[in-house]
Ligand binder design. Structure first.
Ligand code: BG6
Length: 293
């Protein structure tokens, strides 16, 4: 399989398919602009680091499990066609079904020294494709087509884990004027007018689209910018102390070095996709030093 993948889709030294120590197939990217990697399992983007940065942009847990049928803790898991627990079947997996199955490679190409990769999955009643451009920025687009003759309702979240120098010093800017649902209490809160800071377990669904979200990370002397497309929800999550201890695939102190800012369309902003139609969601991530922000 690896040999065939490399014959069809490798791009010189810039994109190669390798066997990860777990046995999973991993795409590895190394260009003058960035390094990165992804797994076919879940179309999971695991690493991205522009050559201008000294630290990875994406957080990966040291306790992550790499096994078909299980989600990978860190990077960018894809939550689809539901977010969180399934509303009508409590035995169904959290965050949907597509993050734990193996996707296909559909296309790879080099454009302007950036590597473009498209992965695909048929997951009835949908056909999904994820196009990722690894360049100076990371650009991700997920396209969902409803292949049936009836309307379909679904949720999607690009569940991005960002690496932080120190979550206690970090702040999230761009959601000050957006109401949110606190997932821990179920309560809806009006806009706070203030940047988000992490001082406890934080699990919020912000309701309404925003043009950009900035993650200020003074401990790493940098800011990360997320520019969402076709997204009406942003999920902000940090498990903090007790929940970190409860998660078997996450280190007890790893909450200090990460946060999730998820570009999403989740309730009450679910997608309703007409018969035979498609919807897309995406974002661009870039980073720069604090002095230039
Ligand atoms: C977040 C949710 O998006 O994902 C949290 O808002 C959840 O409630 C977290 O705990 C992690 O989910 P999972 O299924 O990957 O452990």
């Amino acid at each position: 399989m690896l040999q065939e993948l490399n014959q069809r889709f490798a791009i010189g030294e810039q994109l190669k398919f390798v066997s990860h120590p777990s046995g999973l197939v991993q795409g590895k990217i190394d260009t003058p602009k960035c390094s990165g990697s992804f797994f076919l399992l879940g179309a999971h983007i695991a690493e991205f680091q522009p050559k201008s940065q000294h630290q990875p942009i994406l957080f990966m847990s040291k306790e992550a499990v790499y096994e078909v049928g299980k989600p990978i803790r860190g990077g960018i898991p894809i939550c689809f066609p539901w977010f969180g627990p399934n509303k009508s079947d409590s035995s169904a997996p959290a965050h949907g079904t597509v993050r734990t199955v193996v996707w296909d490679v559909q296309e790879t190409k080099l454009t302007d020294s950036s590597v473009l990769v498209t992965l695909g999955l048929r997951s009835a009643p949908y056909r999904l494709s994820l196009t990722v451009v690894f360049g100076e920025t990371l650009d991700v687009t997920m396209l969902v087509r409803n292949e049936t003759a009836t309307e379909q309702t679904c949720e999607v979240a690009l569940h991005t884990y960002f690496q932080l120098g120190d979550a206690r010093q970090a702040s999230i800017i761009g959601l000050e004027r957006t109401e949110f649902r606190d997932q821990l209490t179920g309560l809806i809160h009006p806009p706070t007018g203030a940047a988000i800071q992490f001082t406890e377990e934080t699990d919020r669904v912000y309701r309404g689209g925003v043009p950009s979200v900035t993650i200020k990370d003074p401990a790493n002397s940098r800011s990360i910018h997320v520019r969402p497309r076709n997204s009406q929800s942003t999920v902000v999550w940090n498990p903090w102390i007790a929940k970190s201890q409860r998660m078997s695939d996450f280190g007890d102190d790893e909450f200090e070095r990460m946060c999730c800012v998820e570009t999403a369309n989740v309730a009450p902003h679910n997608w309703v996709i007409d018969a035979g139609n498609s919807q897309s969601i995406g974002f661009e991530i870039s980073a720069n030093g604090e002095s230039q922000s």
